[in-house]
Design a protein around this ligand. Structure first.
Ligand code: AMP
Length: 457
């Protein structure tokens, strides 16, 4: 038994067994370093970013401590964005599969307040949410934290970047002092040290080595002179790599939209995400990208926060990031979990100073041939269907699979990700079978009801 085996930990047998069924064979470095201290009840600061397995590290810690019989909030996880909060809830639910009747509530802004109050009245064990909305619930006295035994600050640096410091302080004040506090952060600026001093008790600091991450990302730098050359370079790279999922970073909102529009004009399956989109547009864009029905997502750094797509094989910096840390964060989106990844950075004369700040050996690479501009563009293998019915209409993923696969339907293997939100559902189906899937849902009913359905791409 090696020290990176989960079985070396004093974990509940149920939790341990479930890890095997999730395919988690051994601990990631951050898990191996932090879990013994977490299970020992110590305060822990973990330096690890998305992709390091940090969610399972604190998730296992809070589940191990939980008393399912008591319907009081015992753990609270604060996250910077709704997307991250949703991902954290999903991961904790997966980890908790072996524990019956566990209630995990996600409380985030952008969602209506009323239903959250209703859910809180029914009791919950774990609350995952964004600081602003949690603070609002505390103010309205719809949430009580008197029984919280574990507080987790996830992506603490991002929360501070986004101005949540006061909200975090207000929330912490309502939690008993004898709690256990865990803090995870990709970077460790002074502000993090300050907040750790204020809210933590003698924390153990663990630092996951990032060496294998670095070795799996191959960086390329392409020098360009004009805006047209920049766009051509992007098209050449996309056409050459034919990646199922590419993330393109721009420094401004305006650029993300322009670049995405231009890519669509040239026949690419691209979308932009930036701060001017409303929540529904943003959710839809992320769903279409993670469904693999859109292969290029063009984003600002802020909009890409919390985006957790494991299989990004290409990241393109359309512009060089303003800050070396942001550059490292961007390219860390690829080459995850032992996969190899490619990070391509386009730069012009005026951006060389920003490249110098990266403190790595940058030599300009030669751009692949122009002939890629004439190559046909690969159509995504999946297409997303949007159904005008969701949780409120009592639709569940199983109903959608049932509706698609019955008589004259499509095989279950042709169905990809299914996302059911309150009023809509999104399902990925193999592009070649999308017409059949559409007809099947239009002609048949789902749970005895007819729902409007259309192709999103
Ligand atoms: P995170 O850093 O928490 O966002 O996790 C990144 C991804 O790694 C998630 O999709 C997890 O489901 C997965 N993961 C976490 N721990 C392990 C593990 N020990 N073995 C394999 N996959 C893991």
């Amino acid at each position: 038994m090696s020290t990176s085996d989960f079985s070396s930990l004093k974990l509940h047998p149920g939790l341990l067994k479930n890890l095997g069924s999730l395919g988690y064979e051994s601990m990631t470095p951050i898990q191996a370093l932090s879990l013994p201290a977490i299970l020992d009840g110590k305060d822990v600061i973990g330096q690890g970013k998305t992709g390091s397995g940090k969610t399972a590290a604190f998730g296992l810690g809070l589940l191990h401590k939980l008393n399912v019989k008591s319907y009081k909030v015992q753990s609270i996880v604060l996250c910077p964005t709704r997307e991250l909060a949703d991902q954290v809830s999903v991961e904790i639910r997966n980890l908790a599969r072996a524990i019956h009747n566990i209630k995990i509530l996600t409380l985030c802004g952008g969602a209506p307040f009323g239903p959250q109050i209703g859910s809180l009245e029914h009791g919950a064990h774990i609350v995952v949410g964004t600081p602003g909305r949690i603070e609002e619930h505390l103010r309205k006295k719809t949430l009580k934290l008197d029984h919280v035994e574990m507080l987790v600050l996830d992506e603490a640096d991002r929360m501070l970047d986004m101005g949540f410091q006061d909200a975090i302080d207000d929330i912490v004040e309502k939690i008993p002092d004898n709690r256990q506090t865990l803090l995870f952060s990709a970077t460790y600026p002074q502000e993090i040290e300050d907040i750790a001093m204020r809210v933590m008790n003698n924390p153990v600091v663990v630092n996951a080595p990032s060496t294998d991450e670095e070795s799996t990302i191959k960086q390329y730098f392409y020098q360009i002179n004009t805006d047209d050359e920049r766009m051509n370079a992007l098209r050449i790279l996309l056409a050459k790599h034919k990646s199922e999922s590419t993330l393109v970073f721009c420094n401004t909102k305006l650029d993300t939209q322009d670049v995405a529009d231009e890519l669509v004009h040239y026949g690419f399956y691209a979308l932009a995400i930036h701060g001017d989109l409303d929540q529904r547009e943003r959710d839809q864009a992320l769903i279409r990208f993670s469904n693999k029905s859109v292969s290029v997502l063009v984003a600002t750094d802020v909009a890409a926060r919390g985006l957790d797509i494991d299989a990004l094989d290409l990241v393109v910096n359309f512009n060089v990031a303003h800050d070396p840390e942001v550059h490292v964060h961007r390219i860390g989106r690829t080459g995850r979990a032992g996969r190899s990844g490619i990070a391509a950075t386009l730069f012009n004369d005026r951006e060389t100073r920003k490249l110098d700040a990266l403190e790595i050996d940058v030599t300009a690479d030669e751009l692949p041939s122009d002939s890629y501009l004439d190559k046909p563009i690969k159509r995504p293998e999946m297409t997303t269907l949007k159904i005008d019915g969701g949780k409120k209409q009592k639709l569940r993923p199983g109903d959608i699979v049932g509706g698609l696969t019955g008589k004259d339907g499509i095989p279950g293997t042709a169905i990809g990700k299914i996302t059911v939100s309150s009023n809509w559902s999104y399902v990925a189906v193999e592009s070649g079978l999308v017409k059949a899937a559409l007809t099947k849902i239009q002609n048949d009913k789902l749970k005895g009801k007819t729902f409007r359905v259309r192709i999103l791409s």
